[in-house]
Ligand binder design. Structure first.
Ligand SMILES: Cc1cc2nc3c(=O)[nH]c(=O)nc-3n(C[C@H](O)[C@H](O)[C@H](O)COP(=O)(O)OP(=O)(O)OC[C@H]3O[C@@H](n4cnc5c(N)ncnc54)[C@H](O)[C@@H]3O)c2cc1C
Length: 411
């Protein structure tokens, strides 16, 4: 086979690249080792429940996603702005007073000081509307140091900021670059955290929908990559004028020795079937790093945000950990948080995801160039920030570089 471009990997980066090449009339083919598209964004249907492979959300303010996805067709449901935090053996609603004023009023007092609330508001107004590039050019430090530098109290860090950002960054130590945290906070401030009606996999499926099926080759792992050629696991050699390697950072380093290897943060999600939601189930529930709760970091009830996540009359809990643990350990923590009702929660499935998000202790430069050798380009979340937005953007950048011969400027 000979074509103009071969793409390796049908995650959102590879699919996004394919969409641009297809629109430009390029002769491309995509090879993916799994049996379907999506990469790290897959959803399984189990007993009528929709189980995303690990809890994740689409931030509606993501600029690349807004440009490329049809949000109306995804039928997004959104989490309220803020979270439930656990302090003094009970839940409090820590709500954004501008977007959820009623919840913010009725839930006082929250485990935070008045200066904390002021500093959070100031941070929000400073990042909202600011262009991403300037946030990514700021001096960087670890996220844990950023919270101390902003003089947030231990109370608000422990109950809200740390579990919230541990849940997003999947980094137990919060060593991730403050640039990533600033940018993520900006997107949270400008929009909502959303779930599509038919699960997160609806996102890559929407990207794949207009692509001709005869160009998408699933269950086709690539074993070797070189400028101008790839080799399938069965030994077949395929040639192209350009190759776009849109696999994760570890796989990219295996296929192209010499590339720096990326380490990964891991996560584990337990899904439970529940007869009823706990009070205020639409909110994200955050667990402080308390020895009695320890394996738990955050809990969400996706069916409260999008009822299609559970069959009629049932609900779904997504219980998230930053390291694997036994079911009984998880249940012990849940009993402290939700009491005896947990006895009625039935385990549906657990997902252990060892390669969830690439390490990002330093972000320099914010988006690495796509072309690493003549006709050999890289895409994927390891080229920029670990997010759906950045992965999609990297796919577009690789395609535009191929089409114009020039790396496009960053957003
Ligand atoms: C649990 C979890 C939670 C997350 N939460 C969020 C969130 O809330 N918000 C957010 O924005 N992002 C989140 N992310 C990150 C986001 O999902 C990723 O950044 C994004 O999906 C990465 O897409 P990608 O295309 O770069 O890589 P991938 O999705 O990893 O795609 C790479 C593809 O390449 C294929 N492949 C690998 N090797 C080969 C080979 N040799 N031959 C052929 N094919 C190959 C793989 O099978 C895969 O399909 C989360 C990720 C996880 C796992």
């Amino acid at each position: 086979m000979h074509c103009q471009v071969i793409i390796v990997g049908a995650g959102v980066a590879g699919l996004s690249c394919a969409r641009f090449l297809e629109e430009a009339g390029i002769d491309w083919h995509l090879f993916e080792k799994a049996e379907g598209p999506g990469g790290r964004v897959r959803t399984d249907e189990v007993d009528g429940f929709l189980l995303d492979r690990g809890f994740q959300v689409l931030l509606s303010a993501y600029p690349e996603a807004r440009r490329r996805l049809d949000y109306a067709e995804l039928r997004l449901g959104s989490f309220p702005s803020g979270a439930r935090v656990f302090s003094g053996n009970r839940w409090h609603t820590f709500a954004d007073p501008l977007r959820e004023p009623t919840a913010a009023m009725v839930s006082l007092p929250v485990p935070a000081t008045v200066p904390d609330l002021w500093r959070l508001a100031k941070w929000k107004f400073r990042t909202r509307g600011k262009d991403s590039f300037s946030l990514l050019e700021q001096p960087q430090q670890s996220t844990a140091d950023l919270f101390r530098a902003k003089r947030f109290s231990r109370k608000v860090r422990y109950h809200f900021l740390e579990p919230f950002f541990r849940g997003i960054l999947l980094d137990p130590e919060l060593r991730v670059s403050s640039r990533m945290t600033e940018l993520t906070f900006k997107y949270f401030s400008e929009g909502s955290a959303c779930l599509p009606e038919s699960g997160m996999e609806a996102i890559p499926r929407q990207l794949a929908k207009p692509l001709p099926l005869n160009r998408l080759h699933f269950a086709s792992p690539i074993d070797r990559v070189a400028p101008g050629a790839v080799e399938l696991a069965d030994g077949k050699r395929l040639e192209a004028a350009a190759i776009v390697l849109a696999v994760d950072g570890t796989e990219a380093a295996r296929l192209l020795p010499g590339l720096p290897e990326t380490g990964f943060h891991k996560t584990t999600t337990f899904y439970f079937d529940l007869p009823a939601l706990p009070p205020q189930g639409r909110w994200l529930h955050l667990c402080p790093d308390d020895p009695g709760l320890r394996p738990l970091n955050h809990i969400a009830f996706p069916s409260a945000v999008r009822p299609s996540y559970a069959p009629s009359g049932r609900h779904l809990a997504s219980v998230n950990l930053l390291q694997p643990a036994a079911e009984e350990e998880v249940r012990q923590g849940l009993r402290r948080l939700f009491g005896d009702r947990v006895e009625d929660w039935r385990l549906l499935r657990r997902y252990d995801i060892p390669r969830a998000l690439p390490f990002r202790e330093s972000l320099q430069p914010p988006q690495l160039p796509s072309e690493v050798d003549r006709g050999l380009l890289l895409a994927g979340d390891h080229r920029g920030l670990p997010s759906l937005n950045s992965a999609m953007e990297s796919g577009r950048r690789a395609a535009v570089t191929l089409l114009t011969g020039q790396e496009p400027a960053s957003d």
